[in-house]
Design a binder for this molecule. Structure first.
Ligand SMILES: [Zn+2]
Length: 401
């Protein structure tokens, strides 16, 4: 796919380039150690890569004897990657440098429907996204564009570049990304679920750097997990691994959009938490400032629910506690099966209610099997709302290196 660029380089030069990308910052001496090549070979290869602009030498580290050692890193401006994170509450479109840095980004919020909800989301159609990307290609110049990475909240076939099922977003069911984007734009296109993109971003640049076995759970308008095993994205036999949102977690008999009952997704997404507040508020007799805050409206906003919880509102605290218990139980199952070292929690629900992370960790400790919990950390995502968008681009950048 990127042979036209890389065919100009020797195997040795490519190995050195890959090491620089993986280590992010490395000195020439460290490269010699990591690759086993002679210092002279490394120095020559580095000079060539520097001259061609693939790598840069922008920082220095004090080394023994007072000499400064130059730190080599990939040149963020060598090429740019277009990226789109197509979610249920908004779409994020951006441009990312070779090091994963965000050069520019735009948010297109979903229209809010009469019922106060954004689902199914209406924000950007296939044709509108293609038009926006065409503009960006014109702005940066086609020769500067490495490719397009897309993350989508839905069921995706990464291997053939197809979005199969996208129930929460209008117009994105059954989209052939090769036909709709790669061919007309003339650039390579990669697509995966937003949760896997988030996992890739957190592994490369965020909360899970260097942790080979980890799971990133995205909890927002829907719930999905991105699984990394041995440092590689695990997709499963039918590329449907990580659909934790449709795991049965209770026995209330509530019907889910997937046809099953009592799925995790029915109890912990941001819209369902607000729905729970709406249902319980009228009859709630305990201490609840939320009652006064919501007066006259059906739902509180997520910010109002969080503010009420911080003031000790009994109902808000109860809702969030149940949410943490439900996520914690699911995390317990997941860790018993996969035994990761790290669970990263991200998505709108975590943005609004960050205190959930600590409580989920406590419940997972209690509900998971002891051995799977002893070396397990549970953390919030570090790249926040940009995580999936950066990860979508990293699919392309990783493929280049
Ligand atoms: Zn379901």
């Amino acid at each position: 796919m990127f042979e036209s660029i890389l065919s100009a380089y020797s195997r040795t030069q490519i190995i050195i380039l890959q090491q620089i990308y993986r280590k992010r910052k490395i000195t020439r001496a460290e490269l010699t150690e990591a690759t086993g090549f002679q210092l002279l070979t490394v120095t020559k290869s580095v000079s060539r890569l520097l001259a061609d602009g693939l790598i840069a030498e922008r920082e220095y580290r004090q080394s023994t004897g007072g000499r400064k050692a130059a730190l080599l890193s990939v040149n963020p401006d060598y090429r740019y990657t277009l990226t789109a994170d197509i979610g249920a509450s908004c779409a994020r479109i951006g441009v990312v440098g070779m090091d994963g840095s965000v050069i520019e980004s735009e948010i297109i919020a979903a229209e809010v429907h009469d019922n106060g909800n954004t689902v199914p989301a209406r924000h950007v159609t296939v044709a509108q996204l293609r038009a926006k990307l065409t503009k960006l290609i014109r702005k940066y110049g086609r020769e500067k564009i490495l490719g397009l990475g897309v993350g989508v909240s839905g069921v995706v076939r990464h291997s053939s570049g197809q979005i199969l099922f996208c129930p929460n977003i209008e117009g994105w069911n059954n989209v052939d990304m090769q036909k709709e984007f790669a061919e007309p734009l003339g650039i390579p296109v990669f697509v995966d679920t937003a949760a896997r993109c988030m996992a890739l971003a957190e592994y490369t640049l965020g909360a899970g750097q260097g942790v080979a076995d980890q799971v990133c759970i995205s909890i927002g308008t829907s719930v999905a997990a991105g699984i990394l095993l041995d440092g590689k994205v695990y997709r499963g036999a039918d590329e449907a691994a990580g659909e934790i949102g449709h795991t049965t977690v209770r026995a209330d008999g509530r019907r889910c959009t997937c046809g099953n009952r009592d799925c995790l997704e029915l109890y912990v997404t941001t819209p369902t938490l607000l729905m729970q507040a709406k249902r319980a508020l009228p009859a709630f007799s305990g201490f609840s400032p939320l009652k006064t805050i919501v007066q006259g409206r059906a739902y509180p906003t997520p910010q109002e629910l969080q503010a009420a919880a911080m003031q000790g509102d009994k109902l808000a605290l109860e809702i969030l506690q149940r949410c943490a218990e439900t996520i914690g139980t699911a995390v317990g199952y997941l860790t018993n099966i996969l035994n990761p070292n790290l669970i990263v929690l991200g998505g709108a629900t975590i943005d609004f209610f960050p205190q959930l992370v600590e409580e989920v960790a406590r419940i997972s400790q209690r509900s998971g099997f002891t051995v799977t919990q002893q070396n397990l950390a549970i953390k919030p995502y570090a790249l926040g709302t940009l995580s999936a968008m950066i990860g979508a681009a990293l699919q392309v950048i990783d493929a280049f290196f």
